[in-house]
Design a protein. Structure first.
Length: 270
């Protein structure tokens, strides 16, 4: 993404090699980094300092990743928390998302994935700092965008979505933002194959009780997954369908058209 954002990041992991790797990389990206091997000590540091994001291992002695999330969310509900977990070990990831984690990364750590997820976290968190306005008289509001197939346009549509979420009084901003990010990126990169001559149509519809987002690409579509019996604790898409897994965890419902080039996702007002 253009105009890379930087901030202060707390990294928690009982593996010193992981701490060194992440600290070195994040500092090279311009971030301020505090690395801590002990979960209890990390919480005391979090209480005493201001951070823009937290990266925590899932499995640690004394306090595990779920404990870290619970404690940090009690202090700061809006801070994005990114969970580290072993490849193929997805059991607690869904639970961490339910507790308010922003995203997850698997070990061994992929540096490009770290950069991408940190930027998504900073982008959505910065956009969510606006104050809410009244929405008492809202009946419906629909906006439709036909956007050139390029990932750099994600920032503009993301800021627009967040401003409307704030104006219409929605509190699950970062979850809805991340769902948009995953769906739009999939449409550009996979649906349209990053073809600059193709477009992505994005419809954002607000009602009194929910927001519905539809993303459609001009690609050939793909085999639509069976989500009819999907429950939040299932992990059948976690390994091969990261975007679907995250969207289905964050949003209340998702649907695809028969061709598989259009996704509609909705979130009820909290």
């Amino acid at each position: 993404m253009p105009n890379r954002m930087t901030g202060s990041i707390l990294v928690i992991d009982d593996d010193e090699s992981i701490l060194r790797l992440l600290s070195k990389f994040l500092k090279s990206e311009g971030h301020n980094v505090v690395a801590e091997i002990n979960g209890n000590t990390a919480l005391e540091i979090f209480k005493a300092q201001k951070f823009d994001a937290v990266i925590t291992d899932m499995y640690m002695p004394e306090l595990d990743g779920l404990d870290i999330i619970r404690n940090i969310k009690d202090i700061n509900q809006s801070i994005p928390i990114i969970v580290l977990t072993a490849a193929g070990s997805i059991t607690n990831v869904v639970q961490s998302l339910k507790l308010g984690a922003f995203n997850y990364m698997t070990k061994p750590v992929n540096i490009n994935e770290v950069r991408e997820i940190i930027q998504k976290a900073f982008l959505t968190n910065a956009a969510s700092r606006q104050q809410k306005n009244f929405y008492t008289f809202l009946q419906s509001a629909v906006s439709v965008f036909k956007i050139k197939s390029a990932v750099e346009h994600l920032e503009e549509i993301s800021y627009y979505l967040n401003s409307m979420l704030v104006f219409y009084g929605f509190s699950s901003n970062w979850q809805i933002q991340l769902a948009l990010t995953e769906a739009f990126t999939n449409a550009v990169c996979h649906g349209n194959g990053s073809d600059p001559d193709k477009f992505v149509t994005c419809e954002i519809a607000f009602g009194r009780d929910d927001v519905k987002i539809t993303i459609e690409d001009e690609g050939p579509g793909f085999k639509v997954p069976d989500l009819k019996s999907y429950k939040l604790n299932d992990d059948i898409y976690a390994g091969s369908g990261r975007g679907i897994f995250l969207i289905n965890s964050y949003m209340d419902s998702i649907e695809f058209n028969e061709k598989g080039n259009r996704i509609t996702m909705s979130k009820k007002r909290d």
